[in-house]
Design a protein around this ligand. Sequence first.
Ligand code: ASP
Length: 306
Amino acid sequence: MRAIIGTWKMSFDGVQETFGMLKTGAPAGEAVVRAVSRVEDEPAFHSVGYGGLPGKDGRVTLDAAFMDGRALRMGGVMSAENIRNPIQAAYRLCGRKTNCLLAGRGAEEFALQEGLAMRDMRTPESVKRWREAVAAQAEKELEAYRGHDTVCVLALDESGNMAAGTSTSGLFMKEPGRVGDTPIIGSGFYCDARFGAAAATGLGEDIMRGCLSYETVARMRNGESPQQACQHALDALAERKRELGEDAGSISLIALSPRGEFGAATTLPVFPFAAGNEETAALYIVETRDKTGFRRAEPEDLAAVD
Ligand code: ASP
């Protein structure tokens, strides 16, 4: 069985392409890196890679991670500037026994040493968005922390190996040095080829409080399906937050089993994702109000969502 799943509509083209690669025998890791790189390279997706969301200081700093589910190893970069494809740096760091998660200048120097492409990740649009937010802040209308999304991709290859990849520019107008869940193992992603893989998108500060990706894979280890595991992990965190007098926050989760079954859950009204596990790759949605699972997306479902 070969399968792949990615967050948001923005992952669809990459998921479709790499589902084809998996069917012709490509390893899960290659498929994940290719699918995530495609999103990083596209400036129209303004929450990942080139043209990503700037922080308060106007800089675009990126977080990304990669995990190999058979080796149980990860690599990641965080708060990194000017690396064209942060996922490729994360992929190359995976496999190192030590120094596999690098921040800031260390990550950038590693990417340079590896001969990875470097570029100014700001675009005229991202600079404009930042200037407008700064002006709005002066008028006390700042709506920072909105419109953030992470690309997460999970894959299963024909050898039975699994891989996970994540990449984001993090929250819009974040403080310098702020890092969310995306490069943090167990929170933004987790992958053990024996039990499954999971990844999260949404407010990183909340996702980290529930170690949501590890929690989802642990539930699959205990016999839950990917769909049950996502729903139960998210419900448990939301319940705990309610006990603390907080609302559920905005979080979405995806998961994939070693049998190629996939699942998703969200606290948003609607969360779209792309997946393929038999003959075709397609877009699906999961809705908060429908706890029974996901369904194929209709064009009207997708009109108002990222
Ligand atoms: N999880 C990301 C972060 O907190 C943002 C997102 O997925 O929307 O940095």
